[in-house]
Write a protein that binds this ligand. Structure first.
Ligand SMILES: [Ca+2]
Ligand SMILES: [Ca+2]
Length: 197
């Protein structure tokens, strides 16, 4: 009998948590924003040439097909990694990146528990030439939504392969700021507390 009550109680807690998760995402659909906009970008390793790193997060794309070194942040080799400080804990759901068309880039996010940077999006090549937006080369507003959102405070991006000549002009991380994340963590704590009784 007691076990049955515990099971029922746990089911109720899990149901509440899941409802909150769904509600959080429903809210996000209306309030999603570019969390990287205006945030500090820095060079973690390697070299950077051309435009200021602030152009990575200024919300402005280069005209599609712009030559790769024209008004962009550019470099050679795969040693350069850039970091964007998201200004606190956020929930990142998707991203948009404009980069040289004929290379593969990768975006990582900082795991809040371990501090390690984990793979978030492998950004493939795009048709055409020069600067091209991913995921949609003809629509700078289309977001690539990840299979699952991540809670983080920092993302990194770099080139992982291509012709050795790399460039970026815009990096956007779309999602919701801290309040949603804090609410979720609070609910998780509530569930843990009830389970201990
Ligand atoms: Ca830009
Ligand atoms: Ca290239």
């Amino acid at each position: 009998m007691k076990q049955s009550l515990v099971a029922t109680s746990m089911a109720a807690v899990m149901s509440a948590v899941m409802s909150a998760v769904v509600a959080s995402h429903a809210l996000a659909d209306g309030g999603i924003q570019n969390l990287a906009l205006g945030r500090d970008a820095s060079l973690v390793s390697g070299v950077s040439n051309g435009a200021a790193l602030s152009t990575l997060t200024d919300g402005i794309f280069r005209p599609a097909g712009t030559q790769w070194q024209n008004g962009t942040v550019w470099w050679g080799g795969t040693g350069s990694v850039f970091e964007i400080d998201l200004g606190g804990t956020v929930e990142v759901m998707g991203a948009i990146v404009q980069a040289d068309n004929n290379d593969t880039y990768r975006m990582w996010y900082r795991d809040l528990g371990t501090g390690n940077y984990l793979e978030l999006w492998t950004i493939g090549t795009a048709g055409g030439a020069g600067m091209r937006t991913r995921p949609n080369a003809v629509d700078n507003g289309q977001i690539l939504f990840f299979d699952s959102s991540v809670f983080t405070d920092s993302i990194r991006i770099g080139a992982i392969g291509g012709d050795g000549s790399y460039s970026l002009s815009e990096v956007q991380a779309w999602g919701v700021p801290a309040p949603g994340a804090v609410a979720l963590l609070g609910l998780a704590g509530l569930g843990a507390g009830r389970r201990r009784r």
